[in-house]
Design a protein around this ligand. Structure first.
Ligand SMILES: NC(=O)c1ccc[n+]([C@@H]2O[C@H](COP(=O)([O-])OP(=O)(O)OC[C@H]3O[C@@H](n4cnc5c(N)ncnc54)[C@H](OP(=O)(O)O)[C@@H]3O)[C@@H](O)[C@H]2O)c1
Length: 332
């Protein structure tokens, strides 16, 4: 495969309040180092995790090209890479740099894309699937037959989390911001969906839905005390987003008496070995589910790289259901 010297990338410029501004620039194509591959990107997924709003800070040493997950074809290798060939159609979890025609991925974070998912939709698999798996099964240790509350059920992460949990025999209750979004959560397997704009999560939810054993929490502080009330004895919360801020009230007495766990997870801040472990676990659990049609990537909309700004505005609007993707129209 001929690799050009330069590529187009959507570069993050100024950030004002909750808005991010992107413009497209020519950049040198990066060179893969030991243990890395160069991917000719087909699509890159947008993530709530790269939004400025919601108190979710990017690491201080981040570059100016966002993008935590891509699909595409393997274009070149560094040394010490096994099991992948030039031209393989893959999806990858990457630290940054996905909003570009080419990006670097650690080889251990690359998987051949599932046969049942087209190459563009595969751009929306890895960040959300790894986050959902690690939160539901690793951090919350959720078991078949238990009840799991998934907030933001109609977002990119939420729809994957619902399907993954349901396929493991977990009873899922979802929350979302409109009746239409609630219906989508039910369509993908939730037994109940709460429109949090009509039914307050903070007040009296236990009377409506009973207790839950685990919570996939993208809200954080604002819901913390309500979540503690909502948990069954031995219940677990995994905080993965801070839409409701990072400060809340935690009743340690209840935690003690009822053996509750509040934990958190950020996939991006884990060690390379841990990310590779998560990718391996996700591969073993989720790829058969893709094959069986039990796991689908729901694409809300696609935008060309040159319209990265519009793509982020779609994500910020909150109107999307499922994944927003950037597509590369390779210039050469
Ligand atoms: N820790 C990690 O490693 C990690 C990795 C990936 C993502 N995340 C986090 O996971 C969250 C979801 O990511 P995503 O990519 O799916 O983002 P997304 O597509 O923007 O989805 C967020 C969804 O949450 C809903 N929402 C917003 N406020 C809510 C609330 N108070 N209660 C219930 N739902 C609410 C939004 O719908 P409405 O606008 O209708 O409310 C939207 O559908 C983000 O907060 C992101 O930061 C964390």
């Amino acid at each position: 495969m001929r690799v050009p010297e330069h590529m187009l990338a959507a570069v993050l410029g100024s950030q004002q309040e909750a808005r991010q501004y992107f413009s497209v620039h020519k950049r040198p194509v990066p060179q893969p180092a030991e243990g890395e591959c160069l991917i000719r990107v087909a699509a890159a997924g947008l993530n709530g995790a790269t939004r400025k709003a919601g108190g979710y800070a990017r690491p201080a040493d981040s570059g100016d090209v966002l993008g935590l997950e891509v699909s595409g074809t393997v274009a070149a290798f560094g040394s010490d890479v096994d099991g992948l060939s030039i031209g393989d159609e893959v999806c990858a979890l990457i630290p940054e740099g996905g909003y570009a025609e080419y990006c670097i991925a650690p080889a251990r974070q690359i998987l051949l894309k599932p046969r049942t998912v087209d190459l563009i939709s595969a751009g929306g698999i890895m960040e959300n699937l790894c986050t959902a798996w690690v939160s539901i099964f690793d951090a919350c240790r959720t078991q078949p037959g238990e009840r799991l509350l998934v907030h933001g059920g109609a977002g990119g992460l939420g729809l994957i989390a619902i399907q993954l949990a349901v396929s493991a025999g977990i009873e899922v209750i979802a929350s979302a911001g409109s009746d239409d979004k609630c219906q989508v959560c039910l369509d993908y397997g939730a037994v109940r969906a709460i429109n949090y704009r009509k039914e307050k999560i903070e007040i009296g939810l236990k009377e409506h839905i009973g207790v839950v054993d685990a919570i996939l929490d993208i809200v954080g502080g604002a819901y913390l005390s309500a979540h503690i009330d909502l948990l069954s004895d031995g219940g677990r919360i995994c905080v993965i987003g801070l839409k409701g801020g990072s400060d809340g009230t935690l009743d340690l007495g209840q935690m003690m008496r009822r053996r509750l766990t509040v934990t958190g997870s950020v996939v991006r801040s884990r060690s390379a070995d841990d990310r590779a472990r998560i990718v391996d676990c996700v591969h073993r659990m989720a790829w058969p589910l893709f094959e069986q049609g039990k796991l689908k990537i729901i694409v809300d909309s696609t935008f060309p790289l040159t319209e990265a700004q519009a793509a982020h505005e779609r994500l910020e609007s909150g109107a999307h259901i499922g994944k927003v993707l950037l597509i590369m129209n390779h210039s050469q």
